[in-house]
Write a protein that binds this ligand. Structure first.
Ligand code: FES
Length: 161
């Protein structure tokens, strides 16, 4: 039946949810409008800018490119789930300390892309970081700083300063 609500069970930032959603609801809309997790940004809605990047089961995913129902049974992490209470994640620290924030709109998506990368590959090459960061567009000029910040974060996560 048209407009019928479907059941969605998933976890977001470690919290279990059971919701009824419209089949065509995008994951980005569910996160921002229903769950009020507005740290995930909405830019292009065409899978181009990366502002909406979240992590699903360890992989960076553009949340405007999938339906909320496709997250059924999966673990979603948004930018709100990255810090440990008041303690920022090393990637967040590195972005701030290295001034890799520019206007800040694309920053949450970049942090999520970087986290997915470093969780899977703790010692990426500059080229691997560049490749991942290219999936997050920025109108500002701090592109190199993002790459350097991810390198710093990788060292921090391995116990370096
Ligand atoms: S809003 Fe999803 S990629 Fe731009």
């Amino acid at each position: 039946m048209k407009g019928e609500l479907k059941e969605l069970k998933f976890t977001v930032n470690g919290e279990a949810y059971e919701l009824k959603v419209k089949p065509k609801t995008l994951l980005v809309d569910l996160l921002r409008k229903e769950l009020k997790l507005t740290g995930t940004k909405q830019g292009c809605l065409t899978s181009a800018c990366g502002a909406c990047t979240v992590i699903i089961d360890g992989k960076a995913v553009k949340s405007c490119s999938i339906l909320a129902l496709q997250a059924n049974g999966h673990e979603v992490t948004t930018i709100e789930g990255v810090a440990d209470g008041d303690k920022l994640h090393p990637i967040q620290e590195a972005f701030i300390e290295h001034g890799a924030v520019e206007c800040g709109f694309c920053t949450p998506g970049r942090v999520m892309s970087a986290k997915a990368l470093l969780d899977e590959n703790p010692t990426p090459t500059r080229e691997e970081i560049r490749e991942v960061m290219q999936s997050n567009l920025c109108a500002d000029e701090g592109y190199v700083k993002y790459i350097e910040a991810v390198e710093i974060a990788a060292k921090k996560m391995q116990g370096g300063s």
